[in-house]
Every structure is written in structure tokens, then in C-alpha cells.
Design a protein around this ligand. Structure first.
Ligand SMILES: Cc1ncc(COP(=O)(O)O)c(C=O)c1O
Ligand SMILES: [Zn+2]
Length: 416
């Protein structure tokens, strides 16, 4: 990519507003608030048009002006622009008319939306001169850091709870990374990584690179709007772990509106978590703006099992201010959601996608989503990574001898 103009000004504290230069920092030294990237929207508005975006390659970097890198994309050039599917069969089953699935389970290269955040974080890490990258992860982020680091020739360390699904562990190891399993929860992994970050000069995607990393999630929202024909939907349902993705979907819609790339439209942004680890959803339901951390998450939805979400407060704010709601389906509903995506739309999602479908079912039943309103579901990771969630849930397929007679008997038994 030859466009190297910088369209962002630097970082700014979300709480006290103190400005910071664009360095590898993520916390305000005065009030401990999180730092966020600040853009020069006037400069962007002067250069960025729908036509310009549409003329670019089909990847997330077609929105380059709204992503915080200094020069050329060095990591993850093929990430993004995943399909937005009109899901008519699932819509009918749910009793609504206009349903779309943003299918990030086929994101390149590691089949989850984390490839978006990692391509920004690692491009930035290269710009800062790091040779080693790392992360604390519930699985998908580790896969993506490992793969993108391998592709870019960077050394990597990924830290995960030691009880993750085998597909998520292998899905990092195959890239020649250093996987470190920690006997503890994600929150303990994260705390340890903050300490390691103080000792080792590494770029942690979701710690010291966090302001840049988080901006990558906006691309999912930009694409939803563009693929809907430059329009914002009435509802979006987003899975939440640390709570960053949901806040950035909102930011993406706000930015497109500010830049007049879409017409102003009030999208309700809903959040989904699993029943036994739902600090953000519980706070929304209880009507408080502070959440109670969950000490020991206990759910098959391991990718969303963050008990103390870093962006929990802002996720609650996003949901409340946009008129959205939170839902927290139980494990059985999650499995049903995975099966619905499979059987009605031919999409094999991981547990996070099942959580989103479970949540939308409840939102439709409670009338929070109206039958004639447009709805986008964010499906964020692939089902082959979490096969064990379905263990014992599907019948064993019949086995027959290689004979036509056996098959005819099987069919006639099934049709009786
Ligand atoms: C598949 C999947 N979906 C959604 C999320 C939620 O992301 P966030 O931490 O930005 O809320 C994660 C986070 O790990 C994830 O793995
Ligand atoms: Zn501050």
C-alpha cells in the first residue's frame, strides 16, 4: 500500500482527556484511565470517500485512514472483508424478516475476528521496532498472534489458561510460537502478563499495544455498513469477553456517520455473554453501570470467559446509550445456537457464535428486537476450534456394510 499519510493525532485518556504521543502505552499516568486513539477527522473527511474505499482491495485495510498505523501495512494485509450473509432461513426460524450474519469465522488467517486486532497491533509493533510479540488470551487471540508473527518473522509468546480446548492450543503451536499454559483463569493470565510486560521488552497485543489493537475491531463495523449498501442496521448483536469489540462496533458506526459515509441511524447494540460468566450482561440487566467481576468462570464458552473485563464499563455504557440490551444464554442454549447456525445457514461457529444466536432468540422473544427490524449477528470464530462443546450432543452416524441392500434397509427404517 503506497498511502502513508498519518490520519491520527496520537492517544488521549478516555477519562481525563490528557493527550499522549502515539507510543506503546495504554494507561493514563494521572488517572489510570485507558488511552484511546484520536483521529484528525477533518483530514480524513477531505480524503476518504465511498468510491475510494470501494476501489481498494477487499480487506480491512480499505479503511486505512481510520486505523492507527504510521506507514505501510506490514502484518495481516489479507485480513477482513469477510462475508455478510443474508440469513433468510434462520430469520424465518427466529420469526424476523431481515437477518444478516457477519461471518468472521472465515477471517484470514486464523478463522476469528482477532485477526483484525492483531494485524493492527503487530503492524504497530513493527513500527515501534519490537522483535518479539505476545498476548494474554482465551485462545483466538493466541492463534492469531502466533500465525501473524510467524508470517512476519517475529518471535512470539502466547499465554493461555492451561485448560483451553485442544484445538485452540494446537491452533497456536502449529505456527512455531511459544505457548505457555497457566494454571488459572484468564484474569490470572492477564495479570501475570502485565508483570511480564514490565520485565521483558515485548509488544503485548492486548496490553501495551491495546489502544492500537482495539481499533482493529472497528473494521468489522465498517464492513457491516458498507456491505449493507452504506447503511446502518437497526440492531447488532455482539459477543463480549473483555468488552472491546462491542465498543468499537459503536465507534465505527459513529465515525462513518460523522464522515457522512452513512446516513445517521440509531443502531441498538446488544451484548452477549455466557450464563456462567456474564459480568457485563448482569450489570445491564440490574441497571447498574459497574459490574461485579466473576471469580471462577464455568462455561463451555471459553473464548468469552473473562471474569474481569478490561472494557466492561464502556461496554455497559455502549449498550445503555444505544438502547441495546444484554443476554446471557446457558450452555444448552449455546449448543442449540451453534446447531441452528449449522442447520439453517451452513455456518459452523464456535461457542461464541452459539452465544450470540442464543441471545438473539431471547431478544426476539422479549420483543426487544421487532419482527420488521434489521438485525446483524456477529459470528466471530470457527467451530472446528471448539468441537468438544458438541461432544455427546449429536447422534453417532449409522454405519453399514458397502452394500446397496444395507443402504436400502437403512433408508426404509429411517422413513418408517
Ligand atoms: C470468538 C470471540 N468472539 C468475541 C470475543 C470478544 O472480544 P472482546 O474481548 O473484544 O470483547 C472474543 C475474545 O476473545 C472471541 O475469542
Ligand atoms: Zn487520565
Amino acid at each position: 500500500m503506497s498511502e502513508t499519510t498519518r490520519y491520527y493525532k496520537g492517544l488521549k485518556c478516555r477519562e481525563c482527556g490528557k493527550p499522549y504521543p502515539p507510543e506503546p502505552v495504554h494507561v493514563c499516568e494521572f488517572c489510570f484511565g485507558p488511552l484511546e486513539v484520536e483521529y484528525d477527522y477533518e483530514a480524513i473527511a477531505a480524503d476518504l470517500t465511498r468510491e475510494r474505499i470501494e476501489s481498494r482491495p477487499a480487506n480491512m485495510w480499505r479503511y486505512r485512514e481510520l486505523l492507527p498505523i504510521d506507514g505501510n501495512v506490514s502484518v495481516g494485509f489479507n485480513v477482513g472483508y469477510t462475508p455478510l450473509i443474508r440469513a433468510n432461513r434462520l430469520a424465518e426460524r427466529l420469526g424476523i424478516h431481515e437477518l444478516w450474519i457477519k461471518n468472521d469465522s472465515v477471517n484470514y488467517p486464523t478463522l476469528s475476528f482477532k485477526d483484525r486486532v492483531v494485524s493492527v497491533a503487530l503492524t504497530r509493533a513493527v513500527e515501534f521496532g519490537y522483535d518479539t510479540v505476545a498476548c494474554a488470551s482465551t485462545g483466538n487471540l493466541a492463534n492469531s498472534v502466533a500465525a501473524n508473527a510467524a508470517g512476519a518473522g517475529l518471535k512470539s509468546y502466547v499465554f493461555i489458561p492451561s485448560d483451553l480446548e485442544p484445538g485452540k492450543v494446537l491452533g497456536s503451536q502449529i505456527f512455531g510460537t511459544n505457548v505457555v499454559g497457566i494454571e488459572g483463569t484468564y484474569d490470572q493470565v492477564n495479570r501475570l502478563c502485565s508483570e511480564i510486560g514490565g520485565r521483558f521488552p515485548w509488544a503485548f497485543a492486548n496490553i501495551n499495544m491495546r489502544p492500537y489493537y482495539a481499533e482493529g475491531s472497528k473494521a468489522m463495523g465498517f464492513e457491516i455498513a458498507e456491505q449493507l449498501g452504506w447503511r446502518l442496521p437497526d440492531h447488532v448483536v455482539v459477543p463480549m469477553a473483555g468488552g472491546s469489540l462491542i465498543t468499537k462496533i459503536r465507534k465505527s458506526f459513529d465515525e462513518l456517520t460523522k464522515l457522512e459515509l452513512v446516513k445517521k441511524h440509531p443502531s441498538r447494540i446488544h451484548g452477549a455473554q455466557a450464563e456462567n460468566c456474564s459480568p457485563i450482561v448482569t450489570a445491564v440487566k440490574e441497571g447498574t453501570d459497574a459490574f461485579r467481576p466473576v471469580e471462577k468462570p464455568d462455561t463451555i464458552v471459553k473464548s468469552l470467559a473473562i471474569g474481569n473485563p478490561a472494557d466492561g464499563f464502556y461496554a455497559i455504557q455502549t449498550i445503555n446509550e444505544t438502547g441495546g440490551y444484554g443476554e446471557n444464554p446457558g450452555d444448552d442454549e449455546v449448543v442449540e445456537g451453534i446447531r441452528l447456525l449449522g442447520e439453517y445457514e451452513g455456518i459452523f461457529s464456535e461457542t461464541a457464535g452459539g452465544t450470540v444466536v442464543g441471545a438473539v432468540q431471547r431478544l426476539v422473544e422479549s420483543g426487544r428486537i421487532g419482527k420488521d427490524e434489521s438485525v446483524v449477528l456477529c459470528v466471530t470464530g470457527h467451530g472446528l476450534k471448539t468441537k468438544e462443546a458438541l461432544e455427546g450432543r449429536l447422534p453417532s452416524p449409522p454405519t453399514i456394510r458397502p452394500s446397496l441392500k444395507d443402504f436400502e434397509e437403512l433408508i426404509s427404517a429411517e422413513t418408517k
